[in-house]
Design a protein around this ligand. Structure first.
Ligand SMILES: [Zn+2]
Length: 161
């Protein structure tokens, strides 16, 4: 029997999600989060604390909005550039075969944090959809977040918009 060990998922599963604070807003000091990789003028890039695959990143606008039309033109342009540059870094560092870039607007679309827009960037490799993913909600991430951060931070520190 194969044993799966993914303890970081447990924090998310048992977390009280009814609290009022927005985990992506400045009031909550999210920009000082140790997994923030880059801060722009309108948005920032961080590791997803509860990743679906190694190298799962989030690009998050500073403005608190749940709709695309809540973004200024400048914020939208910066986010698009950060999505593009983040993909370049993931391809270089992780040598992934493909990448999912996505946005879930609203709970029915799969948004875990519905109130604050955030873009997902998920590296993919051929055959990475395992039996567990197909048959359950469980996914296996084979890297701890500190290692992911250490692999990526060098490239993000030298990033120029
Ligand atoms: Zn917010």
């Amino acid at each position: 029997m194969e044993i799966i060990y993914a303890p970081w998922r447990m924090d998310y599963l048992v977390k009280d999600k009814s609290k009022d604070e927005c985990v992506f807003c400045a009031d909550n000091k999210c920009y000082e989060d140790k997994y923030v990789l880059f801060k722009g003028l309108y948005s920032y890039v961080k590791l997803n604390t509860f990743p679906y695959n190694c190298g799962h990143l989030l690009v998050i606008p500073f403005v608190h909005t749940k709709e695309l039309n809540g973004l200024s033109f400048e914020a939208g342009a910066e986010i698009m550039k950060l999505l593009s540059l983040s993909c370049d870094i993931l391809k270089k560092v992780y040598r992934c075969d493909a990448i999912n870039v996505g946005l879930n607007i609203g709970k029915a679309a799969g948004a875990g944090i519905e109130r604050h827009l955030h873009f997902h960037i998920i590296p993919r490799w051929e055959g990475d959809v395992s039996f567990y993913t197909v048959c359950s909600e469980l996914r296996v991430v084979s890297e701890i977040l500190d290692d992911t951060y250490n692999k990526l931070i060098g490239d993000f520190k030298s990033l120029k918009l």
